[in-house]
Design a protein around this ligand. Structure first.
Ligand code: UDX
Length: 439
C-alpha cells in the first residue's frame, strides 16, 4: 500500500521506516529541511537503538522516500499524522498548531476515500474536529485515531511488536471500512494475534493519555514512598521489590529516583488536566497535580542531598553529573531531570561538569552555560561529589575502585538507584540515594 507519514520526528520517522518493513511504500513528509536531508542520506536525526539500521534497509528497498513537499504525499491511500503536540508556553494545554498545519496541508492532496490516521497524542475531541473539517472540505475522506505507545530507546521494537493496537473510528459502515484498511496496514502485526481494540474517537484519544497518566502515577507513587522512606529509615528499593511481587501491582515502573521527564509524560498529564478543566471534569484529575508535584520535588531533594554531602554548601564545590538525557539509550533532553538538577546546582554556586554518552550535543545547544565533559572520568576529575542522574549501562558498570582515583572526595549520589551500594561503599565511597539510608 502507498502510505504517507506527516511529521518525521521520533514517532514519524520510526513509523515510516517500520511501515516499509511491514511491506508498504512510504513517503515521509517534514517541514524541516535538515531533518529530511539527513533521513534521505540514511542518517538518523536522533539517537535511537536499531533505527539507523532499519532506516538504511528501508531506503535500500527503494520503498522509502522523504520530502519537504506535501504534494509528494498525493496518491497515498493512507496518511498518518505524526507531528508533535508540545505543551503551550505558559499553559498546561497541548499546542495543536502542528496537527492543524498537518491537516490543512493534507487538504491539498487527499481524495475522497483516502484515510487520514492521527497518531499524535491529542486532547480528547481533536479527532472529531478533524473528521468534521475533512468531511466539509473533501467529502468522502475518512479519519481514524490510532495512538502510538512507543518508548524512546525501544521505538523500533515497540512499533514493529506493539502490545496492542487501538483504532478510534466512527460508527457504522465507515468505521468498518477504516478497520479493514488499518488491518491491511498492520496485516503482519494483526496476523500475530496482537490484541486489538476498535473503539470511538474519544476513547482512542483517551487511551493514550490515560496510559501515560497511569505510568506517571506509578512512578510518583513509589517516589512518594521514597519520601516516607527518607523520613523513617526504610529502603524504597526493597519496598518496591516486595510490593512488586504482587501480580496486581507488578515491579515495572516502580523504580524510585529522580522521577520522570521527557517529551511525553510531563506534558501529557498536564494537557490531560487542562482538557478535563475545559470539559468541566477537572476534579477527576486533580490527583495528577500531586503526581506532578511529587515528581518535581525529587529534583529539589536531589540538590539538597548534594548540598548535604558537600558539607552544607555547594559554593565552589566541584560536582560531576553523569547523565543528561531524560533516560538511558536516548539523546532526548526534553524536560530532563538530570539537566534540571545540574542547572540548579550551578545556580547555587557549584562548579558542575556534565557528561552523557549521547546527549552532549543537544545539551550544549539548549544549556550553553553548563560545562560538558566527554567521559565520566573527565567529568569527575577532582570532584567533591559525583551524581549519577541517568542510568546508562556505562555508568552502572563503572568500577568504583578505578573511578575513585579521579575524584577529590569519594561521594556518590545515586539518583536512579542504579548502582550497587555494596560495591561502592566497599570501595570507600559515601553512598547516598533517594529513598534509602546512607551507605
Ligand atoms: C512514555 C511511555 O512509556 C510511552 O508508552 C509513550 O508512548 C511515551 O511516553 P518515554 O517518554 O519514552 O515513553 O519514556 P519512559 O520509559 O516511559 O520513561 C519516562 C520517564 O520516567 C523517564 O524519565 C524515566 O527515567 C522515568 N522512570 C521510568 C522512572 O523514574 N521510574 C520508572 O520506574 C520508570
Amino acid at each position: 500500500m502507498r502510505i504517507s507519514v506527516i511529521g518525521c520526528g521520533y514517532l514519524g520517522a520510526v513509523h515510516a521506516a517500520s511501515l516499509v518493513e511491514l511491506g508498504h511504500e512510504v513517503v515521509g513528509i517534514d517541514v524541516d529541511d535538515r531533518k529530511v536531508r539527513a533521513l534521505c542520506d540514511g542518517r538518523a536525526p536522533f539517537y535511537e537503538p536499531d533505527f539507523q539500521e532499519l532506516l538504511a534497509q528501508s531506503l535500500i528497498s527503494g520503498r522509502l522516500t522523504f520530502s519537504t513537499d506535501v504534494a509528494d504525499a498525493a496518491g497515498a491511500r493512507v496518511h498518518f499524522v505524526c507531528v508533535g503536540t508540545p505543551q503551550k508556553h505558559g499553559e498546561y494545554a497541548a499546542d495543536l498548531r502542528f496537527v492543524q498545519a498537518a491537516a490543512e496541508s493534507l487538504l491539498e492532496v487527499v481524495e475522497p476515500g483516502d484515510l487520514v490516521v492521527g497518531k499524535s497524542t491529542v486532547p480528547v475531541g481533536t479527532a472529531a474536529g478533524l473528521s468534521q473539517m475533512f468531511g466539509e472540505k473533501v467529502p468522502g475522506t475518512l479519519v481514524a485515531w490510532n495512538p502510538e505507545f512507543l518508548r524512546e530507546g525501544f521505538a523500533v521494537r515497540d512499533t514493529l511488536y506493539p502490545d496492542r493496537l487501538v483504532y478510534g473510528v466512527p460508527d457504522g459502515a465507515d468505521g468498518e471500512r477504516i478497520t479493514g484498511v488499518l488491518d491491511e496496514v498492520y496485516a503482519r502485526i494483526v496476523g500475530r494475534g496482537v490484541p486489538k481494540v476498535v473503539t470511538d474517537y474519544a476513547t482512542a484519544e483517551m487511551v493514550k493519555t490515560a496510559a501515560n497518566s497511569f505510568l506517571a502515577t506509578k512512578i510518583s507513587f513509589i517516589n512518594a514512598m521514597a519520601e516516607l522512606c527518607e523520613a523513617t529509615g526504610a529502603d524504597v528499593k526493597q519496598l518496591a521489590d516486595a510490593i512488586g511481587y504482587d501480580d496486581r501491582i507488578g515491579r515495572k515502573f516502580l523504580n524510585a529516583g529522580l522521577g520522570f521527564g521527557g517529551g511525553c509524560l510531563p506534558k501529557d498529564i498536564r494537557a490531560f488536566m487542562a482538557r478535563a478543566g475545559e470539559l468541566g471534569a477537572d476534579q477527576a484529575l486533580t490527583f495528577l497535580r500531586e503526581v506532578d508535584n511529587i515528581n518535581m520535588r525529587r529534583r529539589i531533594r536531589m540538590v539538597e542531598l548534594a548540598r548535604e554531602v558537600c558539607d552544607g554548601s555547594l559554593l565552589g564545590k566541584r560536582v560531576a553529573v553523569l547523565g543528561a538525557a531524560f533516560k538511558p539509550d536516548s539523546d532526548d533532553i526534553r524536560d530532563s531531570p538530570a539537566l534540571n538538577v545540574a542547572a540548579q546546582l550551578q545556580l547555587q554556586g557549584a562548579v558542575v561538569r556534565v557528561t552523557d554518552p549521547a546527549a552532549i550535543e543537544n545539551s550544549r545547544r539548549e544549556w550553553p552555560h553548563l560545562d560538558f565533559a566527554e567521559t565520566p572520568e573527565e567529568a569527575a576529575e577532582r570532584a567533591d561529589a559525583v551524581l549519577v542522574l541517568t542510568e546508562w549501562k556505562q555508568y552502572r558498570a563503572l568500577d568504583p575502585v578505578e573511578f575513585g582515583k579521579h575524584v577529590a572526595q569519594k561521594r556518590v549520589l545515586d539518583g536512579r538507584n542504579a548502582l550497587s551500594r555494596t560495591a561502592w561503599t566497599e570501595a570507600g565511597w559515601t553512598y547516598r540515594a533517594l529513598g534509602r539510608r546512607a551507605g
